[in-house]
Structures are given as C-alpha cells and as structure tokens.
Write a protein that binds this ligand. Structure first.
Ligand code: ADP
Ligand SMILES: N[C@@H](CCOP(=O)(O)O)C(=O)O
Length: 305
C-alpha cells in the first residue's frame, strides 16, 4: 500500500466561554474552514488561501496552519516534509469564532495523517491545547458538540461532552471589525474576589443544566459572567444595543463569543429568526456592518480524509 500523499481536513468554527464557562467550555458550530495538505516535490513552502478574508493570512512559514504542522513533526523528533497547503476560509478571522483553533487543529491533524497517524486522538488534543493555550475552542473543534475541559489528576485533561438541547439555537452576530484574542485577554484582571468566583462557579453549573434542558429561566440567569465579559464589553462598539435588541426579541440571553467581537445569542426555535433580525437592525443602528446567522451545533468535529 502506498503512503498517503494528500490529506483533506474540515474543521468547525467554535463559540468559546458561553458566558460563565471562561477558558473551559465551548461548542462547535456549523461553519467550516477546509484544508488540503499535499506532499510536494518542491522545497519551497506553498500556501494558497481562498475565501473572503484570504488576503489577511500569511502565506510564509509564519502561517499558523504550517506552524502547527511543523510542531507535530518536532514532537515526533522528525523534520517536516515539503508540503503544499490549500486553505478554503469561511470562518472570519479574529472575531471570536475560533479561526485560530481551526488552523491549529488542521495543521496537527494534517501532519499526523501524513506521518502515518503515530499520535492518538488524545495526544493530538493535548498538543492542540498546549499550542492554543486554553482548551475551550480547540476541544470542540476537534470533537464537535459542546465540550467542557478541566485539568485532571489521572491525565492532563478531563473532557466532558455536555448535552445541548436541540431547541436551543445559536445566533451569531459577526461585526466587520476584528479583535484579537491576545488583545481581549490583556484587559482581564489577574485576581478576582471570592464573590466573583462563587458567582461564576454557580452560574456555570446552572448553564450546563440550562443547555441540557433548554429551560429559558435557567439559561437567562446562567449566561451571566463576572470573569471576562464586564472587562471586554467596552471593546465592542454597540454591545449594549445589540444585547437589548436580542433580549427584547425573546433571546434567553446574549454573550460574547470567544474573545469577541462576535456576539452570541441563544434562543428557542420559535424566537430565533426574530432575534436574528433584531440583532442585525441594532448593529446597523450603530453604523456597524454585521452578518447575523442562525447556526446549529456541529456534532461531528474535525473530519480527516
Ligand atoms: N486559516 C488560517 N490560516 C492561518 N492563520 C490563521 C487562520 N485562521 C486564523 N489564523 C491566525 O489566527 C489569528 C486569529 O486568532 P485569534 O486572535 O485567536 O482570533 P479567533 O477568535 O478568530 O481565533 C489570525 O490573525 C491568524 O494569525
Ligand atoms: N477563552 C478564550 C477563548 C478565545 O476564543 P477565540 O475563539 O476568540 O479564539 C478567551 O475568551 O480568551
């Protein structure tokens, strides 16, 4: 049997944090980046990106997909082979929808398959978390669904699949401005009060049951957070107007998706279209161009073929 020379990888966008689950909870969404890795006879690295924001990613060795590709070979103690990488981009960059997670996950999965799959899925997951620095977007990007990650005792990470009731619809409002995760992390404090720690622990527990049952009263309270959102709202023009519009149209609640600036509302199926339209009008009223989409939870995660 001949060795694999081309690998295709499809990776979903993610919405991390979901309010009170800062740096530990995230869900995969039905929006995708696609990648093709081909072993090349040319020594020069070739990266071809297509899609709406393709001109915004680097096509040299600093590209995050290639960096992650080489990291896997380094981990194996091998030299990465010459490769051509094609990237078809649908996940907008630096908007809080896990574009960096798609790049890291694709680079690792592409390299692992081309190397003959020496690493187990768990080893790839650990490498992805180490590269991203937090688990809440790379874990759902790899596994699909809604995932909780907690540091473990018997292994580095305990990963827990969180049931998500199908009546709970994610609506993402994606503005036309970027906010890098690094910048949105810089505004966070290093210390929190005991009251804030208890607030988030209790609301995260409520959130997990709210997502499982679809209960609006639980979700409404549970989507509050005191660890990151109060510090990041000021970085997102129009946050309060879009939030009021979503709530008035019947959303259970609205949070910052990942590190922002995308805003995520959760609503039941009957209200979802009204919430989408209200968020869209609210951002237009703030003179911000935004795309507002009804999505679903991706249940499959990254696919390699
Ligand atoms: N498909 C891609 N190819 C190469 N680099 C990418 C790709 N997607 C994202 N990146 C890198 O990740 C950065 C965005 O990461 P980040 O600030 O964490 O935002 P996000 O919330 O979208 O993950 C981009 O500026 C780019 O450097
Ligand atoms: N917990 C992180 C999540 C960042 O996700 P991204 O999709 O914006 O990269 C944070 O909030 O900083």
């Amino acid at each position: 049997m001949s060795a694999t020379s081309t690998v295709k990888v499809k990776v979903p966008a993610t919405t991390a944090n979901l309010g009170s689950g800062f740096d530990c909870l995230g869900a995969a969404l039905t929006l995708y980046n696609q990648f093709r890795f081909s072993l090349s006879t040319r020594e020069v690295l070739q990266i071809i990106a297509t899609g709406a924001e393709a001109d915004r990613v680097s096509t040299d060795a600093s590209n995050l997909v290639y960096q992650s590709f080489t990291k896997l070979y380094e981990h194996l103690g091998k030299t990465p082979p010459p490769v051509q990488i094609e990237i078809a981009m649908d996940v907008p960059l630096a908007r809080g929808l896990g574009s960096s997670a798609t790049a890291i996950v694709a680079g690792l999965l592409g390299a692992n398959r081309l190397a003959g799959s020496p690493l187990s899925p768990e080893e790839v997951l650990h490498l992805a978390i180490a590269l991203e620095g937090h688990p809440d977007n790379v874990v759902p990007a790899l596994m699909g669904g809604c995932q909780l990650a907690a540091s473990g005792i018997d292994r580095d990470w305990e990963i827990c699949d969180i049931p998500w009731d199908r009546s709970v619809v994610p609506i993402v409002a994606i503005p036309n401005f970027e906010l890098s995760t690094a910048e949105a992390r810089r505004v966070l404090p290093n210390h929190y009060t005991r009251a804030d720690a208890i607030f988030n622990a209790s609301h995260l527990g409520l959130l997990l049951r709210g997502l499982e049952t679809g209960r609006s009263d639980w979700l409404r309270s549970a989507l509050q957070d005191r660890i990151h959102q109060p510090y990041r709202q000021a970085l997102i023009q129009g946050y309060e107007s879009v939030q009021s519009a979503a709530l008035n149209a019947g959303a259970h609640g609205m949070v910052i998706s990942g590190a922002g600036p995308t805003l995520l509302a959760l609503a039941d199926s009957a209200s979802a279209e009204a919430v989408r339209s209200a968020m869209s009008s609210a951002w237009a009223g703030q003179e911000v161009d935004a795309q507002v989409k009804l999505l679903q939870i991706d249940r499959q995660g990254a696919i390699v073929e």
